[in-house]
Design a protein around this ligand. Structure first.
Ligand code: URA
Length: 286
């Protein structure tokens, strides 16, 4: 707990600024010092242990936006400081983030330290990925839900269980796929992630695709399709046909399909998803 500087300045007002210096010099009259100590004891008893400014400070904003202080010349020559958490709110400032990491584990650490996506503040856990880093098939969904947030893994709830059954139907299991989402943290109340939230995670997702370097990318639902393909076209138009994504100098085949959560709500559409799965199977078997 802390008290505003106004309070401190009222001590100054009562005792005068010389009194504060005198107190430090041991020159304060005993009676005044006794009263000053009584006041400080009272603050301490009230839980005050820090002096703060008169204006409220948004420490989240301060941490995100304040430019790092320029190091003194001698510090600049010294060993580099530990890597700071990446800061970014706009695509332009995040572009290039992740280039310094060369493994998915390092990328996960980088994402864990990232403070530029507001979803992190309300989520319990980071949901980076599930499956195998050797997988040829990478799947991207929309956003973690409650179960994913609790377990820190994408697609482990009802939609994930349906996805697992769909994969099993074409002979695939967790060891054959690598699954992630357009955002790494659960949106509160399972709401749709905002374009800003998706944008803040996009550079990491692009690097994740690059590092995994799958043979095929499967986009689960409209949000993933819009994010990766950069289109406003609906999923019903995009699904079921081969598209491509330019990644590290090569064109990666993409197949968009319906989101398992949508299939739970609209089981009659499973026949479309089944067709898409057969298209996927034919490609990986060829
Ligand atoms: N829906 C998604 O899009 N992703 C998950 O991880 C879970 C449900």
């Amino acid at each position: 707990m802390s008290f505003p500087r106004k309070q401190e300045s009222s001590i100054q007002h009562i005792w005068g600024s010389e009194a504060i210096e005198a107190r430090a010099d041991g020159m304060m009259p005993a009676a005044d010092e006794k009263a000053a100590r009584a006041l400080l004891d009272w603050y301490r008893a009230m839980g005050v242990d820090e002096a703060i400014g008169e204006e409220p400070v948004d420490h989240f904003a301060a941490a995100d936006l304040k430019p790092a202080p320029r190091p003194a010349p001698e510090q600049r020559r010294a060993a580099p400081p530990p890597r700071a958490a990446p800061r970014a709110a706009s695509a332009s400032s995040t572009r290039g983030i992740g280039a310094e990491v060369s493994t998915l584990a390092e990328l996960q650490e980088l994402v864990a330290r990232f403070e530029g996506c507001s979803l992190k503040r309300t989520a319990k856990n980071l949901c980076f990925a599930r499956g195998s880093e050797q997988a040829r098939i990478m799947m991207i969904g929309e956003a973690p839900g409650r179960d994913e947030d609790l377990q820190g893994k994408p697609f482990v709830g009802r939609a994930g269980q349906l996805l697992d059954r769909m994969l099993a139907a074409i002979g695939l299991s967790e060891e054959h796929v690598y699954i992630t989402n357009t955002v790494y943290w659960r949106p509160p109340g399972n709401r749709t992630p905002t374009p800003e939230e998706i944008e803040s995670c996009a550079p990491f997702l692009a690097r994740q695709i690059e590092l995994l370097s799958p043979s095929v990318l499967v986009l689960l639902g409209g949000a993933a399709a819009k994010t990766i393909l950069g289109t406003s076209e609906g999923i019903m138009r995009l699904r079921g046909k081969w598209l491509s994504y330019s990644c590290a100098g090569r064109d990666l085949p993409i197949l968009a399909t319906l989101h398992p959560a949508y299939l739970l709500r609209n089981p009659e559409q499973k026949r479309l998803a089944w067709r898409d799965l057969l298209t996927l199977k034919a490609a990986i078997d060829s």
